[in-house]
Design a protein. Structure first.
Length: 344
C-alpha cells in the first residue's frame, strides 16, 4: 500500500472519531466505492505500518513518514478541541512558524464603565498585565512548549491501542499544558478583579453565587464554568427548582442551569499517574457574561514536532511530541469567581 493510501485511512479514522461514525466509504476508481468499519481500518493500518516499521531497519527507513502521519493528525484535531475550553469564550488560531501571532480583540463596551486589561504570558513563565486603551490588537508571546507526550509505538503495532487512542494520549497531554496556561492567566485576572466580582465560602452558599451573578449580569447573561465536583455542590434548595431540574440533578449529578445561568463543566484530569494533583481547581467556579465574545486567546505556532526516544533498556521506541503555543486573556471586569474552600 502506498503512503498516500495509508494517509487516507488515517484521515478516515479521524473523520469517524470526529463524527461518531462506525464506518467510512472510500471512493474507488470507475465509480466504485468500498465501505470499511473502524475496526477493519485499524487492522489494515496496523498491518501496513507493521510491514513498514515492524523491524528496526524498517522503522528507521520509514519513521519520517510515520512522524508526518502523527503531525498531520494532531494539527487537524488540536485547534478544534482547544476551542471547547470555556466554550464560546475562547479563540484559537494556528499561525505559521515564522508568523507573529496576533489577535484582533473584541470591541470596547462604550456604554459601560469597565476597566479593560489583558494578561499575557511572558518569558520565564511570568505573566504580564497590560492596560489597553484604543488598541484593538494584541501580540501573543509564544514562549511555552508542551512537555513531551510519550507513548510506546509498540502499543499500537501490538494491538494494545488503536490509532485514535494513540493520538488521544498525545493530544490530551498537549491540551492539559495549554489549559494549565489558561488557568494561570485566570489566576492573574482574578487578583485584579474588584471585590464585587468575587465571593468565597466554606460550603456552597447560594447568596454568594447570586451576588457574583448579579455583578456579571450587568455585562450579559451569566454563564457558570466549573468542574463536575463544584457543580455537584450547586443545589436547588428552593421551591423555584422544577421537577425537570430535580430529575436532571438526580440522573446526571448536577444541574444544567442555575436560576437561568447555564452551567458548563470544565475538563478535569490529573497532572501525573499518581492521581494526586488535579489540573483544574475544583474549588473555583468562573462566571462570565454570554455574548461578549472571546476572553481567552490561544495561539498555536508551527507544526507539531515529533521525534523518537530509543534509549529504553528493552529497545522499545517511544514517540515524543510538542507544540509551541501562547495564551492571553482579555477582561473588562466582566469575569467573576466563586470559591468553595472545603473543596480545596
Amino acid at each position: 500500500m502506498e503512503m498516500n493510501e495509508i494517509k487516507n485511512i488515517v484521515k478516515a479514522l479521524s473523520e469517524c472519531k470526529k463524527n461518531g461514525k462506525t464506518s467510512y466509504t472510500f471512493a474507488l476508481a470507475e465509480d466504485k466505492t468500498e465501505e470499511l468499519s473502524v475496526g477493519a481500518m485499524n487492522e489494515t493500518l496496523r498491518k501496513e505500518l507493521f510491514e513498514l516499521c515492524g523491524t528496526r531497519t524498517g522503522y528507521e527507513r520509514h519513521k519520517l513518514d510515520l512522524f508526518d502521519l502523527i503531525q498531520e493528525s494532531i494539527d487537524a484535531k488540536v485547534p478544534a478541541e482547544l476551542a471547547h475550553f470555556f466554550d464560546g469564550f475562547t479563540t484559537v488560531q494556528q499561525f505559521g512558524p515564522k508568523d507573529e501571532p496576533e489577535f484582533t480583540l473584541r470591541k470596547d463596551k462604550k456604554n459601560l464603565r469597565a476597566r479593560k486589561f489583558a494578561v499575557l504570558g511572558a518569558s520565564a513563565g511570568s505573566y504580564e498585565v497590560f492596560r489597553l486603551a484604543k488598541e484593538n490588537k494584541i501580540r501573543i508571546n509564544v514562549t511555552a512548549v508542551t512537555d513531551a507526550c510519550q507513548i510506546s509505538f509498540e502499543d499500537f503495532l501490538s494491538g494494545r491501542v488503536d490509532w485514535n487512542e494513540m493520538l488521544d494520549a498525545i493530544q490530551m497531554g498537549m491540551e492539559d499544558r495549554v489549559y494549565d496556561e489558561v488557568l494561570k492567566c485566570l489566576a492573574v485576572v482574578e487578583a485584579k478583579l474588584p471585590q464585587a466580582n468575587k465571593a468565597s465560602s466554606t460550603d456552597f452558599d447560594p447568596a454568594a453565587l447570586e451576588k457574583v451573578m448579579g455583578t456579571i449580569a450587568v455585562y450579559g447573561a451569566p454563564t457558570i464554568f466549573c468542574t463536575e465536583t463544584f457543580a455537584r455542590q450547586i443545589t436547588e434548595g428552593y421551591s423555584w427548582a422544577s421537577d425537570a431540574e430535580k430529575l436532571a440533578r438526580r440522573n446526571v449529578g448536577y444541574l444544567a442551569n442555575y436560576k437561568g445561568a447555564k452551567i458548563v463543566i470544565l475538563p478535569q484530569s490529573f497532572t501525573d499517574e499518581t492521581n494526586t494533583t488535579k489540573v483544574t481547581d475544583d474549588s473555583k467556579a468562573y462566571v462570565m457574561p454570554a455574548g461578549v465574545g472571546s476572553i481567552f486567546y490561544i495561539a498555536l505556532q508551527g507544526d507539531t514536532q515529533v521525534r523518537d526516544i530509543d534509549s529504553n533498556e528493552d529497545w522499545s521506541i517511544e514517540l515524543q511530541t510538542y507544540k509551541r503555543f501562547g495564551v492571553a486573556a482579555l477582561v473588562y471586569n466582566d469575569l467573576g469567581t466563586v470559591e468553595i474552600t472545603s473543596l480545596k
